[in-house]
Design a protein around this ligand. Structure first.
Ligand SMILES: C[S@@+](CC[C@H](N)C(=O)[O-])C[C@H]1O[C@@H](n2cnc3c(N)ncnc32)[C@H](O)[C@@H]1O
Length: 216
């Protein structure tokens, strides 16, 4: 898939970049600045994503793409893990304001940040947390179409695997029009058909969402 297939991206993502730039200005480099409720939930999500790593990765030199990196909290989470001793991390975000906070917050030679709506370099893994949750005024069908194209594009930059999370249907609170709630089985099936036969759905953690691992 080429960048041209993501041609809806700029139209859909411009208001999202503005929204997140305002959130980070207001709340700073904190979970609230990327619209998460708290640090514990943010870390629990990251732990699910990191579950994709295998025993070989503990040799300590993996490379990571983080699509929709926010202020780089995932790098903080991974920084002291054995997989990252000699690892590399590139965070991508569409919000210039978010990236300014990320660069101020993290000064580690293993981490770099790029303003982009797609992973422009290949890495062993791409991890994606919360990036596809906020759709604002986009229609569900056009958002799903965009997310699918983005996943195909991201997969082509991921040598060993791709892990991403999305909001599930939460029966305990009324749905918000600006958020995208995704059916895990539709995405499981999509990943198996278009990315790889090795797909794992993780939904046994206490947040109203799910995580998918796709391995090459
Ligand atoms: C809910 S925040 C999560 C930030 C971070 N992943 C975390 O969990 O702390 C989503 C982030 O994704 C960014 N974003 C949304 N769509 C993107 C895209 N296609 N490419 C790059 N960044 C994107 C937003 O600007 C925002 O910073």
């Amino acid at each position: 898939m080429s960048v041209r297939d993501l041609s809806d991206g700029p139209r859909l993502l411009a208001p999202i970049a503005d929204y997140f730039s305002r959130a980070i200005e207001r709340h700073g480099a904190t979970p609230a600045g990327v619209l998460w409720r708290d640090d514990a939930g943010q870390r629990l999500r990251f732990a699910q994503l990191a579950g994709i790593f295998d025993a070989d990765d503990r040799r300590g030199a993996i490379s990571i793409n983080d699509l929709g990196c926010g202020y780089g909290a995932l790098f903080d989470f991974l920084a002291d893990r054995p997989e990252m001793v000699d690892g590399r991390y590139v965070g991508y975000d569409v919000s210039a304001g978010m990236l300014a906070h990320a660069k101020r917050h993290i000064s580690d030679f293993r981490a770099s940040f790029v303003e982009s709506p797609r992973a422009t370099r290949s890495a062993d893994y791409t991890l994606i947390s919360g990036t596809h949750n906020l759709k604002l005024d986009a229609r569900d069908a056009e958002w799903e179409d965009y997310v699918r194209k983005s996943l195909i594009d991201t997969w082509s930059a991921s040598r060993k695997g791709l892990a991403f999370n999305m909001l599930g249907f939460d029966r305990s609170r009324p749905p918000q029009k600006s958020l995208y709630y995704a059916d895990p089985m539709r995405f499981y099936d999509f990943c198996q058909r278009h990315l790889s036969s090795d797909v794992t759905l993780v939904h046994d953690y206490p947040l109203a969402e799910w995580t998918i691992w796709v391995r090459a």
